[in-house]
Design a protein around this ligand. Structure first.
Ligand SMILES: Cc1cc2nc3c(=O)[nH]c(=O)nc-3n(C[C@H](O)[C@H](O)[C@H](O)COP(=O)(O)O)c2cc1C
Length: 194
């Protein structure tokens, strides 16, 4: 399986970054191909601009968007990994989706409504939160709707795992390590199922 991991965290020492490094190694060891796009490290521009609209309308995809779309085309499974900021994804990741999942590439409008163009890929999210999960179910459920239905379903991606790790700044190192082990186990299931 070809995994594309979109990491949206500016700090390489963060929990999210450590989790993704471990998941990368785990997936590679299990025989998968894995590519990570670390949006802050590559200096991705997340602002969908007037120039982008006019270029896309002329069928001229801006080069930086085209590069990311090639990664998406390459993948079988896309994982968005991010810390929850103000009840959602960091603006960097939202901007990546605004620009890379563009009309004509990720979806098209047809007489019946909308046609997602990115099937048969799978999509997953891995999120860390400051809040403990027991206190945060309403927000997590809302985020599952946004990621699963509003984003993945819309573009024809089948939602797979939506993982949340709570209380990340408060819990012990041991618990943080157990969270990472949990994520690795969650992504081992794919190999058992398929
Ligand atoms: C700008 C900002 C906004 C945040 N908003 C939330 C929030 O809405 N809900 C929450 O539970 N934690 C929030 N947090 C806490 C982070 O989610 C938490 O520190 C992070 O998940 C820890 O993992 P990390 O080491 O990967 O950053 C916020 C942190 C920052 C910096």
């Amino acid at each position: 399986m070809r995994y594309l991991i979109i990491l949206a965290h500016p700090n390489p020492e963060s929990f999210s970054s450590s989790l993704i490094n471990a998941l990368h190694d785990h997936l590679v060891n299990e025989g998968n191909e894995v590519k990570i796009r670390n949006l802050y490290a590559i200096g991705f521009n997340p602002v969908l601009s007037a120039d982008d609209f006019s270029s896309l309308a002329d069928n001229k995809t801006p080069k930086d968007i085209e590069i990311e779309q090639e990664y998406v085309k390459w993948s079988d499974h896309i994982i968005f990994a991010f810390p929850v900021w103000w009840g959602g994804m960091p603006a960097m990741l939202k901007g990546y989706i605004d620009r890379v999942f563009s009309e004509g590439f990720a979806y098209e409008y047809v007489a019946e409504g909308v046609n997602g163009l990115l099937s048969p890929r799978k999509g997953s999210t891995i999120c860390s939160t400051g809040a403990y999960s027991e206190e945060y179910k309403t927000v997590q459920d809302a985020m599952k709707v946004i990621s699963g239905e509003v984003i993945f379903d819309f573009v024809g991606i089948k939602p797979y795992k939506q993982l949340f790790y709570g209380g990340v700044p408060s819990v012990s190192d041991e618990v943080r390590k157990s969270y990472i082990q949990n994520a690795l186990r969650e992504f081992s299931d794919i190999l058992i199922v398929e």
